[in-house]
Write a protein that binds this ligand. Structure first.
Ligand SMILES: CC(=O)CC(=O)SCCNC(=O)CCNC(=O)[C@H](O)C(C)(C)COP(=O)(O)OP(=O)(O)OC[C@H]1O[C@@H](n2cnc3c(N)ncnc32)[C@H](O)[C@@H]1OP(=O)(O)O
Ligand SMILES: NC(=O)C1=CN([C@@H]2O[C@H](COP(=O)(O)OP(=O)(O)OC[C@H]3O[C@@H](n4cnc5c(N)ncnc54)[C@H](OP(=O)(O)O)[C@@H]3O)[C@@H](O)[C@H]2O)C=CC1
Length: 291
């Protein structure tokens, strides 16, 4: 089966990036969110990122204009049932994702493939609540989507080969690289990355270093492009905490215990760049460490 149209649910930082790369690759995109503001902000972000790519000669002006024309936004979730491939990229909370798939189900075409961009949640469990576990998979992009090369493809226990091959063909057409991961908590990238970020927060919590020294150490001492706390702010501290909780609950090992300081930042609503405050304060000219 060849995918021609893509429905993207959730127009946050991942949803807008996914819509961007899909439209550039020639897919018709229907982008959905519960908030009109989120849809408008997403289009503005996509326009800005496409214009930057065009100004740097990465894409032509024609490609930019054609991509923008291929993206339609809607608050009406059932409309996405008419697309060939749905990618759910809403908030990292299982109840939200389950409700989305339940609401969408009566409106689906028989051949529609359902996928989730979840960072950690069981694909098998999400699939089991739908009428098509064999046509359900994890389609996990990395942030920022237009820049990062990898997409993790995660088969649930029931995912069939036709579905996997159709999703792999989409990743190929995007010019990205697919890595196949088994369906265990947080898959591959976040199983490895998130405990490192959590450990960086413990390093801060225990006073081994401050925000600046921890990030500088990992940038200059381990050649990471961003320090772990800067990266946590970039991902979103709510998402980082949600992933740690999935690891902790799903693998029942205390080594995945979320750092209480990470919980405290999330409880304060200091979620990182998206709320302008996290381990850094982004409200001024330059980011200022909060500790
Ligand atoms: C949580 C999960 O479930 C999984 C995850 O995603 S984990 C997070 C994975 N991501 C990472 O680890 C990112 C780590 N950081 C990096 O790789 C780099 O800091 C970065 C690519 C984000 C920025 O790179 P940089 O060299 O510091 O900055 P900058 O020069 O501004 O950007 C490099 C390029 O990316 C582009 N770019 C940066 N941010 C972008 C964005 N949000 N959208 C689109 N393009 C972007 C820039 O335009 C620039 O393009 P050119 O090469 O054409 O100039
Ligand atoms: N951040 C990252 O680095 C990465 C995140 N992911 C995953 O991608 C998903 C999205 O993350 P991210 O984009 O960072 O999160 P954001 O918080 O930036 O965006 C989530 C968006 O989903 C919207 N939303 C919430 N409920 C619904 C709903 N019922 N229907 C439609 N839209 C809804 C939110 O609206 P509102 O704000 O109004 O609630 C918000 O606009 C998560 O599963 C996350 O784990 C995957 C890879 C990397």
């Amino acid at each position: 089966m060849e995918v021609k149209s893509v429905g993207v649910i959730g127009a946050g930082q991942m949803g807008n990036g996914i819509a961007h790369v899909m439209a550039l690759a020639g897919y018709d995109v229907l982008l959905n969110d519960v908030s009109q503001d989120a849809l408008e902000n997403a289009i503005a972000t996509i326009e800005g990122n496409l214009a930057r790519q065009a100004s740097r000669g990465k894409i032509t002006d024609e490609a930019m204009k054609a991509a923008l024309k291929r993206i339609t936004t809607t608050l009406d979730l059932p409309k996405l049932g008419q697309t060939d491939l749905v990618i759910e990229a809403a908030t990292e909370r299982e109840t939200i994702k389950q409700a989305i798939f339940e609401d969408l189900q009566p409106h689906l075409l028989p051949h529609t493939i359902l996928t989730s961009n979840t960072s950690s949640i069981s694909i098998t469990r999400l699939a089991s609540r739908t009428d098509r576990p064999e046509r359900f998979m994890g389609f996990h992009f990395m942030n920022p989507v237009p820049v990062m090369q990898l997409v993790e493809l995660i088969r649930g226990i029931a995912t069939d080969e036709e579905t996997f091959n159709a999703c792999k063909a989409v990743v190929d057409r995007l010019g990205k690289t697919a890595a196949s991961a088994e369906d265990f908590p947080a898959f591959i990238v976040n199983r490895i990355l998130m405990p490192m970020i959590n450990e960086a927060v413990y390093t801060l919590y225990e006073g081994v270093g401050n925000v600046q020294s921890i990030d500088q150490s990992m940038k200059l001492g381990a050649n990471h492009p961003m320090g772990p706390l800067e990266l946590a702010d970039f991902i979103g501290l709510d998402t980082c905490l949600a992933i740690m909780n999935v690891l902790h609950d799903g693998l029942a090992d205390t080594k995945y215990r979320p750092c209480p300081l990470l919980t405290k930042y999330v409880e304060a609503g200091w979620l990182g760049r998206k709320t302008e405050r996290g381990f850094y304060d982004y409200r001024g000219e330059v980011p200022v460490p909060t500790r």
